[in-house]
Design a protein around this ligand. Structure first.
Ligand code: UDX
Length: 431
């Protein structure tokens, strides 16, 4: 270890914490990773990685000498000046973000030396959390410990690339020197670093996710109108995207957004606005459009099959998007539950998420491959656009299925190819 090695602590080794810790190690820092889950820490010490993220096991292995795993907060505070917090902030039943895990960390802080620690918030926390934490630190008589907001913008499935090639780094601080120390961690990345005050940094995170979610709900509504007027939303989105003010990204119509961030963060921002006395009408619509969009495939199936009672529907893909095992808020869960509610038999195949699916939605038949899933089905619904589904074994599928019907919930397949193989094809918003 060189004399210049920076020791960084990471509290909370979930998805964001583990990816961030690994990438900070890759940048040459020594990272002390702490989690209260002893089994997780034991697994990591043995080289077992508790989440699915492409490239992560290899990067952890590469940086193993710069990563330490512990269940003790003192191990972090004894060695690290910069201490990141990356614990979960799920929704409460009111729609507010649940900060109990953040405050559990605050109440477990070991005796701190005020000169030597900077708490850095990676978790997505409501605007105003920075000042609540400062009050808590003051109550604990460590009020002059610095606090910096440094939100994450990692996408599951490409989180390592996103960390190492970010569009921007946001650093919100009250104390310029504390902000500078956090900024120094990113000095070797070629990216703009925006220094702000703490509430602004907190808001940038929520506003970014809410805007992206708004783009998706917007294009989904355009898709629904396209179906009424005989237009094709994929071409409409392409045509819109040439306008540089609009851009081509995040205009893929489909059966709704899911995951651990968008649904939670959009609801939390609506709630932050509501708590401050402002009714955020646009976000109310974004959420409602998304909920309805997740159910739209049911109507399409009914149009082709009549009643769904006793019909067999095969779902291809369960994860909320490709390259992740994550099922949180996945459209597949709402869709499967609706189909089961209508009396259908639901079968499903996913390249990665199957081991986690039994817990997420009960009553569906989980299959080991595409052909077992589609056998004896009345329709196939493509729910997640995994690469594996690009070239479906159409001939074999047609022989195994009761009816040749494919609903493409992500506009991922080539309609002409599917129709040429003798299937009825329907996408989302495609005439
Ligand atoms: C998101 C943000 O992109 C990231 O910056 C933030 O920090 C965490 O939340 P993630 O949840 O991993 O990342 O997924 P993302 O790739 O953004 O997709 C979210 C959802 O939107 C998925 O369900 C995806 O299928 C859906 N989506 C995305 C669309 O339906 N259409 C699109 O055009 C893009």
């Amino acid at each position: 270890m060189t004399a210049e090695t920076t020791y960084v602590g990471m509290i909370g080794i979930g998805y964001v914490g583990l990816v961030t810790a690994t990438c900070l190690a890759e940048l040459g820092n020594h990272v002390v990773c702490m989690d209260i889950d002893g089994e997780k820490i034991a697994a990591l010490k043995e080289g077992r990685i508790p989440i699915y993220e492409p490239g992560l096991p290899e990067l952890i292995e590469k940086n193993r000498e710069r990563m330490t795993f512990t269940t003790s907060l003192s191990d972090i505070f004894d060695r690290c000046e910069l201490v990141f917090i990356a614990v979960d902030t799920p929704l409460t039943f009111t729609g507010d973000a649940d900060l109990s895990r953040v405050f559990a960390v605050m109440s477990a802080l070991p005796g701190l030396s005020a000169d030597h620690h900077i708490l850095v918030m990676k978790s997505t926390v409501p605007v105003g959390t920075g000042s609540k934490i400062s009050s808590e630190l003051a109550r604990q008589e460590v009020g002059n410990i610095d606090y910096v907001s440094n939100p994450e913008f990692l996408r599951e499935g490409s989180a390592i690339k996103d960390f190492l090639n970010p569009d921007r780094v946001i650093i919100g601080s009250r104390d310029a020197e504390a902000g500078e120390k956090v900024a120094a961690l990113y000095k070797n990345l070629d990216t703009p670093v925006l220094r702000t005050n703490i509430p602004t940094a907190e808001m940038i995170k929520y506003a970014s996710n809410a805007f992206l979610a708004t783009k998706i709900s917007f294009i989904n509504e355009i898709a629904n109108v396209c179906e009424e007027v005989g237009a094709d939303v994929t071409v409409v989105a392409d045509g819109m995207g040439y306008d540089q003010r609009i851009g081509k990204h995040f205009l893929n119509a489909g059966i709704g957004f899911g995951g651990s961030c968008f649904p939670k963060d959009v609801t939390a921002l609506k709630q932050i606005a509501g708590n401050s006395g402002y009714h955020f009408q646009l976000l109310t619509a974004v959420i409602e459009v998304n909920e309805l969009q997740k159910r739209r495939v049911v109507n399409k199936l009914q149009k082709h099959l009549g009643t769904l009672a006793d019909k067999t529907i095969a779902l291809l893909g369960l994860a909320f998007k490709p390259n992740t095992s994550d099922l949180r808020e996945a459209s597949s869960i709402v869709l499967a539950s609706r189909l089961l509610g209508d009396g259908a038999l639901v079968k499903a195949y996913d390249p990665v998420a199957i081991p986690y699916a039994a817990k997420a939605v009960r009553g569906i038949l989980l299959c080991d491959d595409i052909l077992s899933a589609v056998r004896d089905s009345d329709a196939v619904v493509l729910v997640t656009e995994w690469d594996e589904f690009t070239d479906l074994p159409l001939e074999k599928m047609k022989k195994l299925m009761r009816r040749p019907l494919i609903i493409d919930g992500r506009n991922f397949l080539d309609p002409q190819k599917i129709r040429d193989a003798g299937f009825t094809y329907e996408g989302i918003g495609r005439s």
